[in-house]
Design a binder for this molecule. Sequence first.
Ligand SMILES: Nc1ncnc2c1ncn2[C@@H]1O[C@H](COP(=O)(O)OP(=O)(O)O)[C@@H](O)[C@H]1O
Ligand SMILES: [Mg+2]
Length: 318
Amino acid sequence: MLLKPLKESKIAVIYGGRSSERDVSLESGSMVAQALLNKGYRIVEIDLYGENGSFDPIAQLQEVEFDLAYIALHGGEGEDGRIQALLEMMEKPYTGSRPLACGFAMDKVLSKKYWKGIGVPTPNYLSFNTIPSIEEVESHLSYPVIVKPSREGSTIGINKALNRLEMESALNEALNYDSEILVEQFVDGPEFTVTIIDDMAYPVIGLKPADNHRLYDYEAKYIANDTQYLLPCGLSGPEEECVKNMALQAYRSLGCTGWGRVDVMQDQANGFWVLEVNTSPGMTSHSLVPMSAAHVGIVYDDLVEMIALLAWRDGKAS
Ligand SMILES: Nc1ncnc2c1ncn2[C@@H]1O[C@H](COP(=O)(O)OP(=O)(O)O)[C@@H](O)[C@H]1O
Ligand SMILES: [Mg+2]
């Protein structure tokens, strides 16, 4: 079959959505749309959000003509496989991982259970559907611990607990965001993130939140400008290779394709631990994937084109 070049096709940039990461997605979406225009592509923009707060992605996607979907949604149904499944049903190629890989990666408990089984290092944890017995948690994990909802993003509902009292309130808060929560061993050390595009790991970025932010949290990520990014990341060559390989293993094991970003932490004994895989990471001007790509000379517009072309190639091949 002769494939139409992507330049002769129409790309729908899908952004917004109704997840807690809507605002970031609006920024990613407008940057992506501008990059595609700069590169000479024909685009249509779709903000997945009804005029009066109604939400009908099926109707919205069916209303417009397009050949490829560029997903610039973060969190919720834009990242957990539901929008991806809708696009599969419509037989439209789209950027990033397929529905099952997205759902797998979005679910931290499921990912960690799997990684434990295949030997990808991830911090010890317990998972619950209700407030657990504190004694049970204390018999398996030692303070400090991190309490988080299984399927949220952007550090929402995540808290560090240093004692029983803090754990109780952290558990209650996390349960506001998801019916499944996890209590994870705190990793006391620096944080890293690894960009993966077309099954290749890009330069690792070290993250150093300002002291007044307890975690690399929503505010540090998106509002304050006081997070320090280390690129080069400060690890030795062999250590950086180790982090890249671990990230690739975590990403591939979930069946991720196209592109993504893996969060990793280092402990005091220099061991590395995978926290999670993001299948639709931020693409704003200060996002981590563009930063890592820029470090090897891939400017923002080229990066966006690369991700779109990958989807066009893989979507057509399947
Ligand atoms: N086990 C942990 N030990 C130390 N810090 C953690 C741990 N888990 C999460 N964090 C901090 O919280 C942030 C968000 O956690 P993460 O698991 O990546 O969830 P998400 O980014 O989806 O909200 C991390 O970037 C890190 O700063
Ligand atoms: Mg994260």
